[in-house]
Structures are given as structure tokens and as C-alpha cells.
Design a binder for this molecule. Structure first.
Ligand code: SF4
Length: 499
């Protein structure tokens, strides 16, 4: 297993092509725009060496029996799924943001499961390849970005019917050595500081989309790959000091747009190529695994928001008011509700035909749907409590100005003895964690709310619910069982129903 330092050092050896603010970043590892996200991902390496977290951030490989970083593990039990959620909460408590590595973790688990089913039905050779690839990841401890979301162009057309055929990643050439792919993936969490990307289709496909049914792995610095780093709310604050907010770890996952311009992939790294009927299953598996996570990482992030809100109130002497306690209670309640749903969909996980474990998909989708609402409510309550200063605090340059600085300090002071810089830092942390980019990520990360609602309705089994209601109302369908309360010799139960 790599240490955090080894992980960061390994990024220096890559030739990753990253553009931001119209420039190519030659030393992205030390660039203040990117480094906080690298630090967040590095925590997944650092905590794997903490003896107190042995067995939680580490796991035993089912392929080799060796100790590995859990982020390269294939879930072998419902307990593994529960441990994943617990690990995510702890990591978020350490970083206060997205540590990115779960996307690739979910991608390897989804592809592992679906390739087995594909091979069983179609006689393909994909499962052996992904097994080999997972073994390579476990051995090298490389970070993988899970790459699902395509550019999508005009959403009213399927991939094969787009005017510009590159709006979804597609196979443009095949030969005895491998395939060549072209297109782009958007919203790529942690990709600029990953080693690899694991590509999957973004939607269920039909016959006309055969070239788009592609799953494969490539290095993020392969020839033809370039990344455009996304702008975030207040991103230039990363060049500041007191005004930075989350000084070490940044906001959300440092997402980027990744363009693949005729990238070659050898067959050994191809896990789907034309099998349209399995594209939907791959999307669904990946999405459910990733939606499972959100009550883990976001409850950890919310723990920090609650703590920061409380501290900000202590600094101005209003932390004891009863309405404050009530709102903090509500924030805790919402946070633990998110966590409970993540734990529930994990504990209810079941084995797949290949032996790996899969979350309970209905609960996983409910979990992520809750995040799209409760995180906003938690942020709203923190704004309510922390006050308008979140939006109006003068800059650190004004505070530290030799002439006017003391004037600013005089009117930003709260409880006697509290360092004014501490008040600045905690206000900026809250501003950073509860506004703009952070909220949008909670809404759309792991799929927009509507994608969860589609799954919730599909998994919700309305027909079964209807049958249960009809039976209680005494309405029996032909061939249905009689009520167990029926008395011998009578044709109905005591309520007089006909069953
Ligand atoms: Fe992991 Fe959460 Fe970031 Fe997704 S949003 S990659 S689940 S930390």
C-alpha cells in the first residue's frame, strides 16, 4: 500500500495534460488550484496506515489474500459494504470535502459484476480481464477515476443519432491490438490527480448505439487525453491565506472535463465493446454503488458544518440560546438520517452471481435522494445560525492592512479572548462548505435527483403494494390465497370479506 507521500510523488511522474484559466499547468502537483484536492485524495492513502483503522481503510484481497487499501477491494460481504460507509464518514471528517477515490472504487465493483454476467450470457472474456486489472490496482495501489458522464450534446437524441457523433464516447477503430476511442467525459471527480480512468457507458443503449457500448481502462496521461479543470465558487481564494476556507483540502472533488482524442486501448484493458444489452446494467450497478456512499461522506461533511456553526456561535456568545440548540439538534437529526440510509442499503446488500456484494438498490437511491434535500437544509440552518457575516465579511487584506486593519478588527470582534483570525477562518470554512459548488455537487453528484426517482419507482414495486392493499380491503384477485383468519366452514373472515 502506498503512503500519502508516495502517492503524491507518483503524480509527479505522470505526464498529465491539465488546462486551467487558459494555461497548461506544468507542475500541477504544487499548483494551489489543484493541490488541496490532491491532499484530500492523499488522506485515503494516509489513513490506510493508521493502526486504529486497520480493517476499515484496509481489506484483505479475495484475489491474493494480501492486505490492500479498501479503495481497491471487491466487496465480499454485506459487512464490507457497511465498512465502506463507515470509512467514508471518517475520511470526510478528516477532510471536510470529497476525497474522490470512491468513484473508481465503485467503477471496479460495477464492472467486475457486470462482466461476469456478460461472459455467462455471451461467452465473452471480459471478467478475466477486469480481474487482472483489479489485481494490478491492488498491487500498485493506483487511484482510478470512475468515468461515466458523457458530454451528451442534444439530450433529445440517443448517442447514435447525435449530429456530432463524438458527444458520447465511442469506438472509432478496432484492430487485432485493441480499440481507438474518441469523445469526452464531464464532471470527472479527482481525475487530474488519479493515475487511471475506468470508462463506462453513461446510459442504457440500443442497437443503433453499438459503438458507444464501451468500457475500458486507460492511464490519465495516455496520448490523446487532456483535462480541463472546472471552475468553482471562490476558487481563486485558494491563493489567499485566511480567506481560503478549507485551507488544506478545497471544495468537492476538483472536477474536470476530460477529452479523449483518438486514444488507443489494448484489448486486455477493454471490458465491454459493443454489448449494448449490458450497458444499462453497468450504469445501474455503478450508480447504486455510488449512491450508497452519499450518506457516508456527506454525513462526515455535515459533522464539520455542524461543528463550524457551533464554533462560530461560541465566538460571538450566542451558543446557549434555546433556538440555537433546537436548530443544531435538527442539523444532527438530518445528518444521522443520511447516515442511517447508507448503512441500511449496505447491511441489506446481497451476493451477485460472481460472488461480490451489491447494495440494496432501492435504499441506495433513497439515500442519495435524501442528500439532494437534507444537505441543502443543513446548509440553510447553518446560514440561519451563523448570520449574514457569511456573505459580508471584509477580505483578509483589509483585516491585515497596516492602517485600516485595526478598524476592521474592532468591529468583527466577538467574545473577549477569541482570536479574530479564528473567527475569520471558521466563517470562511462555513462559507466554503455551504455555498455554490458544494451544494450543486450534493444535488448532481452520483446522478441528478430525477435519475434516482426513476430507480425508486422501478424498484418500489407498486403492484405488490397495490395487491397488499386490495387484500386488506377484502378484494381478492382470481387464484389468490384465502385469508388465514377464515373460520372452518365459513367462506369469509370475521370482517366479512370474501377471502
Ligand atoms: Fe466519494 Fe462522496 Fe466524493 Fe463521491 S462525493 S467521490 S462518494 S467523497
Amino acid at each position: 500500500m502506498l503512503t500519502a507521500e508516495e502517492y503524491i510523488q507518483s503524480l509527479r511522474e505522470l505526464k498529465t495534460k491539465i488546462y486551467a484559466f487558459g494555461k497548461k499547468l506544468d507542475n500541477f502537483v504544487d499548483d494551489p488550484l489543484i493541490r488541496p484536492h490532491i491532499n484530500a485524495a492523499a488522506m485515503t492513502y494516509h489513513l490506510a496506515h493508521d493502526p486504529k483503522l486497520e480493517g476499515l481503510v484496509t481489506a484483505t484481497s479475495h484475489l491474493t489474500g494480501k492486505k490492500i487499501n479498501r479503495f481497491t477491494h471487491i466487496h465480499q460481504s454485506a459487512e464490507d459494504l457497511v465498512k465502506k460507509v463507515k470509512m467514508l464518514r471518517i475520511l470526510a471528517q478528516h477532510t471536510g470535502t470529497c476525497f474522490q477515490r470512491c468513484v473508481g472504487f465503485d467503477a471496479i465493483n460495477a464492472v467486475f459484476t457486470v462482466t461476469y454476467d456478460m461472459d455467462q450470457k455471451l461467452g465473452t472474456d471480459y471478467h478475466r480481464r477486469i480481474k487482472q486489472y483489479v489485481g494490478y490496482l491492488q498491487e500498485t495501489d493506483k487511484m482510478v477515476a470512475g468515468s461515466m458522464t458523457d458530454a451528451k450534446g442534444d439530450r433529445s437524441f440517443n448517442p447514435g443519432r447525435q449530429k456530432d457523433p463524438d458527444q458520447y464516447i465511442r469506438v472509432v477503430q478496432k484492430n487485432g491490438e485493441g480499440i481507438v476511442i474518441r469523445g469526452a467525459k464531464l464532471h470527472q471527480t479527482g481525475i487530474v490527480n488519479s493515475h487511471e480512468m475506468l470508462i463506462m457507458p453513461t446510459i442504457a443503449l440500443d442497437e443503433a448505439d453499438r459503438d458507444y457500448a464501451v468500457s475500458c481502462a486507460i492511464p490519465v496521461d495516455a496520448p490523446g487525453v487532456m483535462h480541463f479543470f472546472g471552475r468553482q465558487t471562490n476558487d481563486t481564494r485558494k491563493y489567499d491565506h485566511l480567506d481560503q476556507g478549507n485551507a488544506c483540502f478545497g471544495i468537492v472533488g476538483g472536477e474536470a472535463m476530460t477529452v479523449l482524442d483518438n486514444v488507443f486501448v489494448p484489448w486486455e484493458r477493454v471490458f465491454m465493446c459493443g454489448e449494448v444489452e449490458f450497458a444499462g446494467a453497468m450504469v445501474e450497478k455503478f450508480a447504486s454503488y455510488h449512491r450508497q456512499n452519499y450518506g457516508g461522506c456527506k454525513s462526515g461533511v455535515s459533522d464539520i458544518i455542524i461543528g463550524a456553526t457551533y464554533a462560530s456561535l461560541e465566538y460571538i456568545g450566542v451558543d446557549k440560546a434555546s433556538h440555537v440548540k433546537d436548530k443544531l439538534t435538527e442539523m444532527i437529526h438530518l445528518t444521522e438520517t443520511l447516515y442511517a440510509c447508507s448503512i441500511a442499503c449496505s447491511a441489506e446488500g446481497k451476493p451477485t452471481p460472481c460472488g461480490s456484494y451489491y447494495v440494496e438498490p432501492l435504499l441506495a437511491n433513497v439515500c442519495k435522494q435524501n442528500v439532494t434535500r437534507y444537505i441543502y437544509e443543513i446548509a440553510r440552518l447553518s446560514h440561519d445560525l451563523a448570520g449574514g457575516i457569511l456573505a459580508t465579511l471584509p477580505s483578509e487584506q483589509d483585516l491585515q492592512h497596516p492602517e485600516v486593519g485595526p478598524i476592521v478588527a474592532k468591529y468583527i470582534t466577538g467574545v473577549e479572548g477569541v482570536d479574530i483570525k479564528h473567527r475569520y477562518r471558521i466563517i470562511r470554512l462555513l462559507e466554503n462548505m455551504t455555498g455554490g459548488t458544494a451544494l450543486v455537487e450534493s444535488m448532481h453528484g452520483a446522478g441528478s435527483p430525477q435519475t434516482q426517482r426513476v430507480m425508486i419507482l422501478r424498484q418500489g414495486n407498486l403492484e405488490q403494494k397495490k395487491r397488499m392493499a386490495l387484500r386488506l380491503a377484502g378484494i381478492v384477485q382470481p387464484g389468490e390465497k384465502r385469508c388465514f383468519l377464515s373460520r372452518e366452514g365459513r367462506s369469509g373472515c370475521d370482517r366479512g370479506c370474501s377471502i
